[in-house]
Design a protein around this ligand. Structure first.
Ligand code: CDP
Ligand code: CDP
Length: 222
């Protein structure tokens, strides 16, 4: 009789940082190289903001937002190298990138009950396999136990330039300030996180730095 191999716990790479610090770009590159699943937790908060706007729920009404979050039919779906949150089976890829959603998202993200719900569902992503998860509180709050924490940053002028180059005009400072100053799991550098200021780096250089660091540490742990 063959004894089934004991399943090891999934490895989670946490990538946090402010807007346009390169989280999505680099998380995708790292996930592709290591054959890990990519999880964009910002997209989950954006999806809730979109859902509230669509159902005329006031995003400044914390109680109403918490109720919506408790009741919506949102589930995880894995495919094409990602784990995503879908609502009624639908992933609103385009809809969550509007300026209206960007302006609303920090309000829903500041609601403690929403953050509790998100943490629970984000932790469930590990059932699908090894993860590269990007957000604001992954290393501090969602997977504080992981040994792989990265905090990306870049000068505000550089981050604004990156967004403008993508055709997006947004006051990043306002959203960053709200994310850093909220009471529940604000954006901050996790204990033990490797801080990478990539103002003068290309995305390829940043990803290589992260990948080499992970590979060296995985090798050392063998
Ligand atoms: O547009 P950008 O890539 O900078 O942001 P995002 O990663 O899509 O996240 C959108 C918003 O979701 C953030 O500004 C935060 O308010 C919220 N968020 C959060 O509170 N915690 C996370 N782990 C991820 C995002
Ligand atoms: O997810 P987050 O908001 O942190 O950033 P992003 O959506 O990945 O956007 C970052 C932008 O900066 C993209 O256009 C990248 O090509 C570019 N970039 C980068 O990600 N990393 C660098 N070291 C330099 C530029």
């Amino acid at each position: 009789m063959t004894v089934p191999k004991k399943q090891r716990t999934a490895i989670v790479i946490a990538i946090d940082g402010p807007s346009a610090s390169g989280k999505s770009t680099n998380a995708k590159m790292v996930a592709r190289t290591l054959h890990f699943l990519h999880v964009d937790t910002g997209a989950m908060y954006r999806t809730l903001a979109w859902y509230c706007l669509k159902h005329q729920i006031d995003v400044n009404d914390a109680k109403a937002v918490a109720t919506a979050c408790r009741r919506w039919k949102a589930t995880l779906q894995s495919g094409e190298g990602q784990v995503r949150l879908v609502v009624d089976g639908y992933y609103p890829a385009q809809e969550i990138r509007t300026n209206e959603v960007s302006a609303a998202v920090t309000h829903v993200a500041a609601v403690p009950k929403v953050r509790e719900w998100m943490k629970q569902i984000q932790r469930q992503c590990a059932q699908f396999g090894d993860l590269v998860m990007e957000g604001r509180d992954i290393g501090t709050n969602v997977f504080p136990e992981t040994d792989f924490k990265y905090y990306l940053d870049a000068r505000i002028e550089e981050r604004a330039r990156r967004r403008a180059a993508e055709g997006i005009q947004e006051n990043l400072e306002v959203r960053d300030r709200r994310d850093s100053q909220r009471a529940t799991s604000p954006l901050m550098i996790a204990l033990g996180a490797k801080v990478i200021n990539n103002s003068e780096m290309t995305a390829e250089q940043t990803s290589r730095m992260i990948i080499e660091d992970i590979q060296a540490r995985l090798k050392a742990a063998e």
